[in-house]
Design a protein around this ligand. Structure first.
Ligand code: HEC
Length: 137
């Protein structure tokens, strides 16, 4: 006993710590692409480290946690989608006509906050890809 804090243990701990750091950084790089490759909105939509939109939305008429997104391109402008995906809280509060119409359609005019929560803030590039994908629906 007594050797518990000797330098070899210290090295071992440092080594383990470094390996963990490496692992974490490798994992957070998931979903990165080679430079120049175009980001697919569908990937962002379904990838749980990216948009993870399928946690709450189905690409059908069916409501899940949020509205089914079939035909969303007919209901929402690209411009509105872009703002919505950037910051749903803010858009909900600002309550522009397009937002008010959406609230009315889903029967939530009286709610002070949106039910939509992004799993993480989206990068502009991810938002653009998503808007592109949504406009095909
Ligand atoms: C935690 C659940 C949740 C997640 C995750 C989520 N949404 Fe939503 N979304 C909702 C809810 C609930 C609504 C209805 C409005 C509200 O209450 O916020 C909504 C509304 C929408 C609308 C408007 C629908 C309509 O009929 O006008 C779009 C478009 C949308 N979400 C797209 C997305 C995209 C794209 C993602 C992924 C980046 C996403 N959502 C992630 C819950 C979610």
């Amino acid at each position: 006993m007594g050797g518990l804090y000797d330098s070899r243990d210290e090295m071992k701990r440092l080594y383990i710590f470094c390996m963990l750091l490496l692992l974490v950084s490798a994992c957070s790089g998931e979903g990165e692409r080679k430079p120049g490759a175009k980001l697919s909105g569908k990937t962002v939509f379904f990838n749980r480290t990216m948009g993870g939109c399928d946690v709450c939305h189905r690409i059908s008429e069916k409501k899940f946690v949020g509205p089914g997104l079939a035909g969303i391109s007919q209901r929402a402008s690209r411009n509105w989608l872009k703002k919505w995906l950037k910051d749903p809280q803010k858009v909900w509060k600002e309550n522009e006509p397009e937002t008010a119409a959406m609230k009315k359609r889903i029967g939530e005019e009286s709610k002070s906050k949106p039910g939509m929560r992004l799993i993480r803030p989206l990068r502009d590039e991810e938002i653009d890809a998503l808007v592109e994908y949504l406009s095909t629906l």
